[in-house]
Design a protein around this ligand. Structure first.
Ligand code: ZN
Ligand code: ZN
Length: 367
C-alpha cells in the first residue's frame, strides 16, 4: 500500500462548496497499461489551484464528478516500469530510471484549437487534468500516459535540473506561456511584476533570463518583499517595493499581474505607460471581479492579455530550471519553497495559506 492525499468533492455542485481531503492508504499500481508508465513521484508541488479546489472556489470549479481522487498536478519523478507489451519506439524514447516531469493536461489533437496549436484552449485540456479529474501526484507511484511524460535530460541542454528543481517545471511553464503572450520584450523594457508569490517570483526570474534588465516587484507583504531582495542578490536587476511606492516608479511598459487581487487591475492601468501591456497571470476566485480603468486604457492604448496554463513551454521551463539550479547563491529556500514528507501535507497547505511558504513540495518517498 502507499500513502496518498485524496480529495472527495462536495455532494452539492454549488460554487464555494468545499470537499474533504485526507491522507489514505491506496494500493500501489504494479502493471501499467500499454501506452502508460509507472512513475515513482519524487517531488510533488502544492499549487494555488489545489488551495482553490479545497476551498471549492476559483479554478476548483474545474473539478468534474464526485468520486474521490488523488490531488496534485505538479511533479518530478522517475520512470520505474513500462507495459510488458509496450511499443519498441516507446521503449527507446523513455528509459527506465530516468527523471521526468509531468504534463498534467490533455488535448484531443483534432479540434480547431488543437489544429491551430492552441491546445490549452481544447475542451479536453482540463477534463483529463491529472490531479483534478484523474488521480494525481500526491502519492508514491502514479500511472501516467506516455505522452504526458517529459524526460528531463531531453530538454535541459546538458545541465539537467535535480528532481526538486524539476518539480517547478509546470508552474514555470505557465509563466513562460504568459510571457510568450506579451510578444517580444526589449531588454530596456520597464517591467513591473505585481505580487511576489511563487508565480511572481518565477515571472521575475523568467523576465530577467529573457533579457529584461530591470524588474520591479510590488508586494504588500514585507516578508515576501524580503524574498525578492534575497532573490535579487542571486540574479540581480530586481527591486522590491510596496504597492504604495510603485506609483512613484511608473511608467512601466509591461505589468505582469500575479497577485489575483481585485485591486490589481486599477493599479496596473495606473502605472502602465503609453502603449503598455498588462498580462493577467494571477488567478482570482470564481466570484472575484477585476476593475480596469477604461479612460486610462483609451489614452494609453493599453493591451490587456491573459494566459491559461501552458502550451509548448514545458521544455523551455526544464532547460531554464537546469540553468537556475547551477546559479551560485540561488536555492529553493531563497524562493520561499519548503519540502515536507507527504504525511505532513496538512501542515504544507497551512504554510501556503498563511504565506509562510511560497510553495510546498511534498516528498512521497521520504519517510
Ligand atoms: Zn498549478
Ligand atoms: Zn482539441
Amino acid at each position: 500500500m502507499q500513502k496518498a492525499v485524496q480529495y472527495t468533492p462536495p455532494s452539492s455542485s454549488e460554487p464555494n462548496e468545499a470537499g474533504t481531503v485526507s491522507l489514505c492508504e491506496l494500493p500501489v499500481p504494479t502493471k501499467p497499461r500499454r501506452g502508460h508508465a509507472l512513475v515513482s513521484i519524487s517531488h510533488a508541488g502544492v499549487c494555488g489551484t489545489d488551495l482553490h479546489v479545497l476551498s471549492g472556489r476559483g479554478t476548483g470549479s474545474l473539478i468534474t464528478g464526485q468520486e474521490p481522487r488523488v490531488l496534485g498536478h505538479e511533479a518530478s519523478g522517475h520512470v520505474i516500469q513500462l507495459a510488458d507489451d509496450e511499443d519498441e519506439s516507446a521503449k527507446q524514447s523513455i528509459k527506465i530510471g530516468e527523471l521526468m516531469v509531468l504534463q498534467p493536461v490533455g488535448q484531443c489533437g483534432s479540434c480547431r484549437q488543437c489544429r491551430d496549436g492552441r491546445y490549452n484552449q481544447c475542451d479536453e485540456y482540463f477534463s483529463s487534468f491529472i490531479g483534478l479529474n484523474v488521480n494525481g501526484t500526491w502519492q508514491s507511484v502514479l500511472e501516467v500516459p506516455l505522452d504526458r511524460i517529459h524526460p528531463v535530460d531531453r530538454y535541459s541542454g546538458g545541465q539537467s535540473p535535480p528532481a526538486d528543481w524539476a518539480a517547478l517545471a509546470e508552474p514555470l511553464s505557465c509563466v513562460l506561456n504568459g510571457l510568450n503572450r506579451l510578444g517580444h520584450l526589449p531588454g530596456t523594457s520597464r517591467a513591473l511584476v505585481a505580487g511576489a508569490g511563487i508565480i511572481g517570483l518565477l515571472a521575475c526570474i523568467a523576465l530577467r533570463r529573457r533579457g529584461v534588465a530591470r524588474v520591479t516587484v510590488s508586494e504588500p507583504n514585507a516578508q515576501r518583499r524580503r524574498l525578492v531582495e534575497g532573490l535579487g542578490r542571486a540574479i540581480s536587476g530586481l527591486t522590491a517595493c510596496s504597492p504604495e511606492e510603485v506609483a512613484k516608479l511608473k511608467p512601466f511598459d509591461v505589468v505582469v499581474e500575479c497577485s489575483g487581487s481585485p485591486a490589481a487591475g486599477s493599479l496596473a492601468c495606473e502605472v502602465a505607460g503609453n502603449s503598455g501591456r498588462i498580462l493577467l497571470l494571477g488567478i482570482g476566485n470564481v466570484d472575484s471581479q477585476l476593475t480596469l480603468e477604461p479612460l486610462a486604457a483609451f489614452f494609453k492604448e493599453l493591451t490587456v492579455l491573459s494566459a491559461c496554463a501552458s502550451r509548448y513551454t514545458l521544455p523551455e521551463a526544464i532547460g531554464l530550471l537546469g540553468e537556475l539550479s547551477c546559479i551560485d547563491g540561488l536555492s529553493l529556500e531563497l524562493l520561499g519553497i519548503k519540502k515536507l514528507p507527504i504525511e505532513e501535507f496538512s501542515k504544507g497547505l497551512q504554510l501556503m495559506r498563511d504565506g509562510q511558504a511560497s510553495k510546498v513540495l511534498l516528498q512521497p518517498q521520504r519517510a
